[in-house]
Write a protein that binds this ligand. Sequence first.
Ligand SMILES: Cc1ncc(COP(=O)(O)O)c(C=O)c1O
Length: 379
Amino acid sequence: MNPTATFAATDEPINQFDLTGQYAEIGAELRAAVERVLNSQQLVLGLEGLALERELAEFCGVKHGIAVASGTDALILALHACNVYAGDEVLIPTLTFVATGSAVSALGARPVFADINRDTLNLDADDVRRRITPKTKAVIAVHLHGLAADMDPLREIARERNLPLIEDNAQAIGASYKGRRTGSLGDIACISFYPTKNLGAAGDGGMIVTDSAELDARLRTLRNHGQASRYISIEPGWNSRLDEIQAAILRVKLRHLPKWQKARQANASKYSDLLAGVKGIRTPVVPEGYEHVFHQYTIRSDGREALQKFLADRKIGSTIYYPVPLHLQPLYSSLGHKPGDFPNAEHVAGEILSLPMYPELSEEKIRRVAATLSEFAKL
Ligand SMILES: Cc1ncc(COP(=O)(O)O)c(C=O)c1O
């Protein structure tokens, strides 16, 4: 394909994401699902939640799903169920959404950052190995932007050191690695249903999936005040339950997810075809054996700030996920890191830019975005 479209002042804005097309497609199904729950008046921990847990566990290729109130809660509860307590260390990538780190901090544990691979933007296993100490109690691999982390070497490290390997699968539901879906690649995985995620609720929600019956039983207790049976609590827990209305909505959307995933992948191939050879733009890397689900379509450019402004001036939205790696966040200033500590993450954070991406994004809009990028490249 040849990016030939030109910008006209009358062109409508292109948002970085847009949920209105999805709602137009399935609004009637969603409203029927909500009505079904309202009619039942079973609003918390009911049949919709149980069915969603079963369906999503099956989708991920594992035995158990435990629905919770958010992706952040999923991480906190999963860490706690893996016996991470105050003073322990948890290894995480420094380039991720802050929730990966703040979940560790919420338990009084300390996030220990590791650098990333510049091509995949995901954890560098060699760096993880270097940073393990006797206090390390778990490793969290984030599947950033919809691409799985390289899990084989991470699994190897976790096995050698007897550490639980947790997947932060907030961004990559449906992705696969060497023939297996994310969610089934570690000991336990955490999913977010934040509305803009590939599978998004009409509000907050999350799920933990695992093959372990033991973790499943503990997590069911932890999400509901530590109650092993009604009004009998065996340990301190949380209130972190998924509402039945959200579960019913998510069950409708889960049926559409494979089709939406294909649409995201087709959009990504169009972008990559149109942008091949555009000077100064690097398109996302998808290594052999990986299926990327393009939660984000993230390009790299060393003129990123000017490029983002150029797009914005032409009514094209874009976002930087994420501009400041966690080791340089004010939140973690007490950990004493300085610029230069994680060179790959810092370098990449200065170059990445996520373009408009959602299943309903039209070819005309993709062409306009690509044409604008190539116009910028010629300046
Ligand atoms: C990588 C990552 N981890 C964790 C979360 C937290 O999920 P939630 O917003 O559902 O709490 C998100 C998304 O928001 C995320 O992108």
